[in-house]
Write a protein that binds this ligand. Structure first.
Ligand code: IMP
Ligand code: MG
Length: 180
């Protein structure tokens, strides 16, 4: 792949991803015990992970999609979210599981969960494929987490830099020269 020249190193390989997705699905099966769950894919970054995950869980699911972006800039983020595309199903009384690509400062997910709680779901949980604990600004942890990673900018498996690299089948560290 032409774009691979911009990758400094592979952080999570294709086979490690496949193995971990299966493990996460088993954790979820154990937790939900056959109950129906609305799986919410947070666009766009979580698309790849979402599509692997939904084919590995055994409880019944409904798919939904949401696109959000956080207001505010940089470290003074207000934590508010702007909804660019809202859910299409009514989540009141339902089990909701948000599927996110990466939990970084936590500002986006913290605000989104607060907002969705007002719609009275039975339960709301968060699954993130990647977690960067070093950069957290909010008291939020994922209920299901693929991998804890160091504070480096990563791409692939849905994650982008400036909308590029999402198609790569593994998680790679982006060369600093690409964004510096
Ligand atoms: P936060 O947790 O509110 O800071 O925002 C998390 C969002 O920032 C994710 O959904 C990603 O879109 C983006 N993000 C954070 N770190 C990275 C990274 O290393 N690579 C690509 N996107 C990232
Ligand atoms: Mg992004």
């Amino acid at each position: 792949m032409i774009i691979e020249k911009d990758v400094d190193r592979i952080l999570v390989s294709k086979s490690e991803i496949a193995k971990r997705v299966k493990e996460l699905a088993l954790e979820m099966d154990e937790f939900y015990q056959g109950e129906e769950v609305v799986l919410v894919c947070i666009l766009k970054g979580a698309v790849t992970f979402f599509s692997d995950l939904v084919r590995s869980v055994s409880f019944p699911v409904q798919f939904d999609f949401m696109c959000v972006s956080s207001y505010g800039s940089g470290s003074v983020s207000t934590g508010d979210v702007q909804i660019k595309k809202d859910l299409s199903v009514d989540i009141s009384g339902k089990n909701v599981l948000l599927v996110e690509d990466i939990l970084d400062t936590g500002n986006t997910m913290m605000a989104l969960i607060e907002l969705l709680k007002e719609r009275n779901p039975k339960d709301i949980k968060l699954c993130t494929f990647l977690n960067k604990p070093a950069r957290r600004e909010q008291p939020i942890e994922a209920d299901f987490c693929g991998f804890d990673i160091p504070d480096e900018f990563v791409i692939g498996y849905g994650l982008d830099y400036d909308e590029r690299y999402r198609q790569m089948p593994y998680i790679g560290v982006l060369k600093r020269e690409v964004y510096e």
